[in-house]
Design a protein around this ligand. Structure first.
Ligand code: FES
Ligand code: FES
Length: 170
């Protein structure tokens, strides 16, 4: 005799309200709990400057600054950062101006396609704030999580060293 199988019960997960301060402006987002910070910024907050490269923590394209520290937004759940201050590439410089690293990247020809550049700059801002990397070798090592497929790495290090040296003399 055949027994009738009952339909599986589907439970829809509720969204959660996540409050962030993004580039100084409050953002209240209703997000499913598994939405990454990267997707929250790009798809819900409309800030597409932060790039999705690998989405697996391997390329650094998604780097943003969270409460003063550089993080990989693709590996971070947005709900876990409720109440945090996030700075993306759109917010690193004063309105209408450029951050010293953005200027240095232009001067040193430190990008080609530019896809990795937002993550490189956010990571470099975090690195300089950390105050750890003083030599070219240290900067290279501590920026090794940010990959440039175009091969602009050596010019990127030149640009970071210039700003690093400027900050040391301020
Ligand atoms: S997109 Fe996050 S590390 Fe590649
Ligand atoms: S400038 Fe093209 S990936 Fe870095």
């Amino acid at each position: 005799m055949l027994t009738e199988l009952s339909e599986p019960t589907i439970t829809l997960t509720a969204t959660e309200q996540v409050n962030l301060s993004v580039n100084g402006a409050p953002k209240q987002l209703d997000l499913l709990p598994w939405v990454s910070l990267l997707d929250a910024l790009r798809d819900y907050a409309g800030l597409t400057g932060t790039k999705k490269g690998c989405d697996h923590g391997q390329c650094g394209a998604c780097t943003v600054i969270c409460d003063g520290k550089r993080i990989l937004s693709c590996l971070t759940l947005a709900v876990a950062k409720d109440g945090s201050e996030i700075t993306t590439i759109e917010g690193v410089a004063p309105e209408g101006g450029l951050h010293p690293l953005q200027k240095a990247f232009i001067e040193h020809d430190a990008f080609q396609c530019g896809y990795c550049t937002p993550g490189q700059i956010c990571s470099a801002i975090g690195l300089i704030r950390e105050g750890k990397a003083k030599s070219r070798t240290e900067v290279k090592e501590l920026m090794s999580g940010n990959l440039c497929r175009c091969g602009a790495n050596s010019n990127i290090i030149d640009a970071i060293m210039e700003v690093q040296n400027q900050s040391a003399h301020e």
